[in-house]
Write a protein that binds this ligand. Sequence first.
Ligand SMILES: Cc1cc2nc3c(=O)[nH]c(=O)nc-3n(C[C@H](O)[C@H](O)[C@H](O)COP(=O)(O)OP(=O)(O)OC[C@H]3O[C@@H](n4cnc5c(N)ncnc54)[C@H](O)[C@@H]3O)c2cc1C
Length: 562
Amino acid sequence: MNRKEIIQAIKQDPKIPVLIIGAGINGIGTFRDLALQGVDCLIVDKGDFCSGASTASSHMLHGGIRYLENGEFKLVKEALHERNNLLRNAPHLTHPLPTTIPIFKWLSGIFNSPLKFIGLLDKPAERGAVIIKLGLIMYDAYVRGDSPMPGHQFDNRTKALERWPAFNPNLRFAATYYDGGMHSPERLALEILMDGVNEGAHPRAVNYLSAVGAEGEKVLLKDELTGELIPVQPQIVINAGGPWIDFINQEISSQSKYIGGTKGSHLIINHPELRQAIGGHEIFFEYVDGRIVLIFPYLEDHVMIGSTDLRIDDPDQAICTDDEIDYILDMVPQIFPSLNVTRDQIVFQFSGVRPLPVAKGSTGQISRNHSIEVLEKDEQVPWPILNLVGGKWTSYRAFSEQVTDQVLDRLGMTRKASTANLKIGGGTAYPASEGEKDIYIQNLSEEHKISPDRARTLFERYGTRAAEVAAFITETNDAPLKSLSKYSTSEIKFLIEKEMATRLDDLLLRRTKTAWVGELNEDSVHELGSIMGNSLGWSQEEEQGEVVRSLDLLRERHAVNI
Ligand SMILES: Cc1cc2nc3c(=O)[nH]c(=O)nc-3n(C[C@H](O)[C@H](O)[C@H](O)COP(=O)(O)OP(=O)(O)OC[C@H]3O[C@@H](n4cnc5c(N)ncnc54)[C@H](O)[C@@H]3O)c2cc1C
């Protein structure tokens, strides 16, 4: 069913056992797990799928080495196992990420952890070689026998400067260990969502449908495209609104104060020299203020630099400010003194709010753990509300499993299947070696009569879902886009018709990475708008409105020079 048909069906039968409000990674993970257990559920989002905190992450799949000094051992261990699961289950959209920490001191930081425990240290303090070594030994030990990646390695100054000649020569060591990375959290989340949708007729997903109120036992959903109000009658509500959780509770009739969000901003810079200087590694380091920041190897010649960590009350106001841009740009010369990074090299910027639990003190100290906070049914609230507070992208699956188990319990059902080893989307039947990849690509090219280069591109974008995309392409009249030849008209139609793209920016920011790496210009936005308009039956006026809205969004929110 398409969006309109689902909405029609809901209007005819508003009874929905489980309503999930918010389609970030935690809502989506829970949706897929419930779908797998045969639970009738509806997930809605006020915007596009994965357009909140889950699109604004630092793109790391990690245990979180720095959380060890906060004493969050259980969290780190769980996240490391989930990191490894994700690398295995979605190899097309995740990758091992060698991560290097330049170290300037020997001993400092040794007392950070004990001082934090007894409450005498509230701010981050410099970490030296010994404490980092201890942390990495623990990090490796947690996943011994279960990690697809090698353990950590220490390089002395001479060796470090041989490997990274542009590093600040004052360093004493460089420690390298492995974590995971993802270039498109949005695609990964979408594929998890679609795996849920494909479980049958019982799981349904609608974007641009927001929870705006309640009427008796009904939650009022508003179609953000038409303004229409659609009442639904759930048995259980899952509030997966991330940083908006308390706002949602307020809308649907219950007060809460679970979230104390902090804003994090990142820049994507086109800088071939810096990209080469980091040597394909993520550089993870302590900034002058003691915060841990990163330079992440992004697509092609791009690097992603971030992030900030600032308290914010309203997540809708999260935007990367001028001060944050200066703060982020100043990070680079601390580690690479000979490399200058300027504002005109920024191709994209983004900001999001970490849905952290309410806590006092320094933002870096707030726990990144997750919890299910339940508002039980009472005279005021006609359904139990399970609030999904906190968490990390990396550990979404474990969190979703815990939520699903609670829901199953409440519905008197039992778990039928686990998601632990379940492949995700185009990670299914993924070739195990480079040789097998080549064979897959050759077969794809021959079977669908597309060039080997095109087959490779589709495989790199969609994993083994490339076969579905290629079949769609060859059934329709295909041609490269005039203004963006890396994509073709039919591929774009596939993303619109098969991947629930609803507004033009869904295509520019989330179904493709075109906006993130400076590939768009006015012509391509118009051309994509026209394909989308044709597919979705927009009027000329609607199409023009979408183009103008997208251009404004790209320029104002994301600093895209267009
Ligand atoms: C700057 C930053 C860096 C991070 N880095 C990492 C990292 O490197 N690795 C890692 O593992 N984790 C990282 N995280 C944490 C991780 O991204 C988040 O914990 C996770 O994405 C939260 O997902 P969520 O589904 O709870 O929230 P969200 O993704 O915010 O989803 C909530 C959804 O609710 C929707 N919504 C709001 N109001 C309504 C309404 N009334 N009706 C319907 N829908 C509504 C929103 O549109 C949104 O899509 C980072 C987070 C941030 C912000």
